[in-house]
Design a protein around this ligand. Structure first.
Ligand SMILES: Cc1cc2nc3c(=O)[nH]c(=O)nc-3n(C[C@H](O)[C@H](O)[C@H](O)COP(=O)(O)O)c2cc1C
Length: 179
């Protein structure tokens, strides 16, 4: 697919059909994440692809609506055949860049990886959605994650049942300044 078709065609998909997603495709999505840039090439990302329906439901229970902790889980996630839990490992970024690495670089690195994943999903004929409404402490406990791995977000992946129209974007002149 043409680069601009992928970028402009990406939507947050919140309705999926029943088709399962092959693990091979999920691995391609993770491969796209691997190629994201990261500060000092620390690559502070780890990925758990949750296919198992019981574990998926457990992960849905760790999410909340309206980006407000304490709100009910995001029920639409139950339609997604695979949920990828993206985790952040701040150890290396901290060793190398101290507080700067811990607080600023690691989240930027993981965000770059997630965007690559969403674009890869489109290029593979799939759809996805970035889910930041995640109680990271609950997810950490549920998946028995080692202390150095912090849940960063969930990426839902599946075959789109509905592709929404584009959400509005700010105009270039609202966001661009030439100096
Ligand atoms: C950091 C971040 C957190 C997000 N969290 C959620 C979420 O918890 N649930 C959800 O349905 N969408 C979530 N989204 C998707 C946004 O709502 C979506 O990207 C935005 O409305 C623009 O729509 P588009 O992605 O279709 O262009 C999130 C996106 C980002 C970048």
């Amino acid at each position: 697919m043409d680069f601009w078709d992928v970028v402009r065609g990406r939507r947050s998909i919140r309705a999926y059909d029943d088709r399962a997603v092959d693990e091979e495709l999920v691995l391609k999505i993770i491969s796209a994440a691997r190629w994201a840039p990261s500060g000092g090439n620390c690559q502070p990302w780890r990925f758990y692809a949750v296919f198992d329906p019981v574990k998926r439901e457990a992960l849905v229970q760790c999410t909340f609506n309206s980006n407000l902790p304490g709100h009910p889980p995001q029920a639409w996630l139950r339609e997604a055949p695979v949920l990828i839990l993206v985790c952040m490992d701040r150890r290396k970024t901290t060793q190398r860049y101290d507080r700067w690495g811990r607080e600023y670089l690691a989240p930027q690195d993981c965000a770059a990886a997630v965007e690559n994943m969403l674009l890869a999903a489109v290029a593979l004929g799939l759809g996805g959605c970035w889910v930041g409404g995640l109680n990271m402490w609950d997810a950490s406990e549920e998946f028995d994650l080692p202390a150095h791995l912090e849940p960063f977000c969930v990426v839902a992946v599946g075959y789109p049942k509905e592709v929404p129209g584009p959400r509005p974007r700010l105009d270039l002149d609202e966001i661009y300044t030439r100096i």
